[in-house]
Design a binder for this molecule. Structure first.
Ligand SMILES: O[C@H]1[C@H](O)[C@@H](O)[C@H](O)[C@@H](O)[C@H]1O
Length: 616
């Protein structure tokens, strides 16, 4: 970095400090935080709302398919393979488009990418709602997957870049709130249209067009991120946008900080070459990438999507036998996820990212252990098979002596009667090749709603320990949603310097989607080999690894300006947790070559130097 640039950055920081301390005759006792909050223009909230519609569509399109599938498989006679394809193709397409979204983001800008994503969401929604064949439906599902991938990596970046530092965490976390909100609304829509057995799925899948159109027209009028504009040399436009989103307050200081930081970045890391290689060959960005991808990986390895997906079965274990009732109770599960995400929005600027993530992982690990114990108790007290009908096809089902091994075999289900004393007249029989909703033959092959007709349990066993599992499920969502559900997206939007932000977010979002597919595709196989309690103990173990990772590697980014966050990654990877949390403080860094020198404070810790002004 040249001396000139250094002194300019120093001047900007000094100005910043003066403005942070406030005029001597200023309103005594009023902190900068309060001043900031009172002058935050509504426009920033409007930007956050319209961008977070991308999160809503992400949640809606991933969530709605489970209810739509119940109707679709009957109407289109879908085989298990086709059902799997229609669910997983979206997530697979999201992984691919998130990875390539980094390039689009850097090239076309955040705004155009959000416009492209909402256009794709509209297109996908239309294709799905008019589809006459399963192939067209698959094309629609892949299309919305492409939209989800781009939205999932662009929206948090855009919100982070337009937000003032004191609100950034909260506003980016609103995107996660919209994701879980989308999943919740999807489950309500699923419930409402499940009564419409003919074509109900068209409404379920097609309703996503409405928020997509709203977002598209909103973004036609909304501005580009000022940081991206400055990076592209469109400085006048950038200054204008910054003025607009800061409510025409004096934005010179912020403008200078961003501009100087871009100049420094270009001097330090050059501006040519493949961005991912530059990220990997430059220490601070390489470490940030490891932290960002690690967080996203552990989010998915915590098993959120299996727990959500499996919630209907957990509820069936708990005694909910009716399909319709199970659909509504699954809506209650996503409502729980949504409500606790709101807790995350409330906590993120109060306790900070690091503590929130650590607390969340701890709770997630404990509740996964409780879930596993619930499944273990259910397995140990699994009802015996008491009837052994003649099996002319010699299936493996006739070999099992109790429900547990029977339900772990994907080809078999448990057929039983139940009264107050418990399960009786039970058998293990092959599942129908047409649908897992009934047996291939025998008492459970043509079930009626009559009270004496037997129950058919596929994938679960009736148990009196279901309350332990249910409690585990609720505690799991309450702990996961505020921290692990939200922070991986929030932290990734802030830890990369501008030149690496699009690519860094593309990689970490790609990792999220890849692990999403991996965990959901392997769950039933893992359960088959390790049993359900084994699978949940495994997830709990992975959460412990995640906890160690976060404890060692995740620094606190709360309250810092985006341009200052890179400095937290100058030290070796697993020392970032040593940094003091910046509760109620503002930090300024003066970069000196690749070190960071705190403004006005003579001594420099050559690595993660930090200086702050106490505001309270
Ligand atoms: O942050 C979100 C959220 O927690 C969702 O509930 C989950 O389905 C997604 O996979 C995750 O990325």
């Amino acid at each position: 970095m040249s001396n000139r640039t250094g002194s300019r950055r120093q001047e900007a920081a000094e100005d910043g400090e003066r403005s942070l301390i406030g005029p001597p005759s200023g309103r005594a006792g009023e902190s900068l935080r309060d001043q900031d909050s009172s002058t935050t223009p509504c426009f920033v909230y409007l930007l956050a709302f319209f961008s977070a519609l991308g999160g809503f569509l992400f949640g809606y399109d991933t969530g709605v398919v489970s209810g739509a599938m119940l109707l679709l498989k009957k109407e289109m006679h879908l085989s298990a393979l086709w059902q799997e394809l229609l669910v997983s193709s979206t997530v697979g397409a999201a992984a691919l488009s998130a990875l390539s979204g980094g390039f689009l983001n850097g090239w076309l800008g955040r705004r155009i990418c959000i416009l492209i994503a909402s256009f794709i969401f509209c297109g996908g929604g239309i294709v799905m709602s008019v589809a006459q064949s399963k192939v067209v439906l698959l094309v629609g599902r892949i299309t919305v997957g492409l939209g989800i991938g781009i939205a999932s990596m662009t929206v948090p970046v855009y919100i982070a870049e337009v937000s003032p530092p004191h609100l950034r965490g909260q506003l980016v976390t609103i995107n996660s709130l919209f994701i879980t909100g989308g999943q919740f609304i999807a489950s309500v829509v699923d419930g409402a249209f499940s009564y419409l057995s003919h074509n109900g799925w068209r409404y379920m899948l097609g309703l996503s067009i409405l928020p997509a159109v709203l977002q598209f027209f909103g973004f036609v009028f909304l501005p580009e991120s000022p940081r991206w504009l400055l990076q592209k040399g469109r400085s006048e436009e950038a200054r204008r946008v910054l003025g607009r989103i800061r409510g025409d307050r004096n934005v010179e200081e912020e403008y200078d900080t961003i501009r100087i930081s871009i100049e420094e970045e270009e001097n330090d890391t050059g501006s040519g070459g493949v961005v991912i290689l530059r990220i990997l060959s430059y220490g601070p960005t390489r470490r940030a990438l490891v932290v960002g991808c690690g967080l996203q990986m552990f989010q998915q390895l915590s098993g959120i999507n299996t727990v959500m997906y499996y919630s209907a079965t957990i509820l069936q274990m708990a005694g909910v036998r009716e399909d319709k009732q199970a659909i509504w109770l699954a809506a209650a599960t996503s409502a729980t996820n949504f409500v606790f995400t709101l807790v995350g929005v409330w906590l993120v600027e109060r306790v900070g990212r690091r503590k929130l993530t650590l607390g969340s992982l701890l709770g997630t690990g404990l509740s996964l252990t409780l879930l596993a114990v619930g499944f273990l108790l259910s397995a140990q007290h699994s009802p015996p098979v008491t009837l052994h009908p003649i099996d002319f096809h010699n299936s493996t089902c006739r070999l099992y002596g109790s429900c547990e091994p029977c339900m772990l075999d994907p080809d078999c289900g448990f057929c039983y009667l139940e009264n107050d004393a418990g399960v009786f007249n039970s058998s293990c029989v092959p599942v129908s090749p047409a649908s897992p909703d009934s047996a291939a033959w025998g008492r459970c092959s043509n079930r009626t709603e009559e009270s004496f007709s037997p129950y058919w349990a596929y994938n679960y066993c009736p148990t009196s320990y279901s309350w332990v599992v249910l409690l585990g499920l609720i505690l799991y969502l309450a702990s996961f949603a505020p921290g692990m559900g939200t922070m991986p997206w929030t932290v990734n939007s802030e830890i990369y310097p501008l030149w690496a932000r699009s690519t860094g977010n593309a990689c970490s979002a790609g990792v999220n989607w890849i692990f999403n597919v991996l965990v959901s595709l392997t769950f039933l196989h893992v359960a088959e080999y390790l049993t359900y309690y084994g699978a949940f103990f495994l997830y709990a173990g992975l959460v412990v690894l995640g906890l160690l990772f976060v404890l060692c590697c995740l620094p606190e980014t709360k309250g810092l300006q985006l341009e200052d966050i890179e400095s937290l990654f100058t030290k070796r990877l697993c020392s970032c947790g040593d940094l003091p949390a910046s509760d109620d403080r503002r930090v300024h860094y003066i970069r000196q070559s690749s070190d960071y020198r705190p403004a006005h404070y003579g001594a420099v810790d050559s690595d993660c130097a930090i200086a702050y002004i106490t505001l309270r």
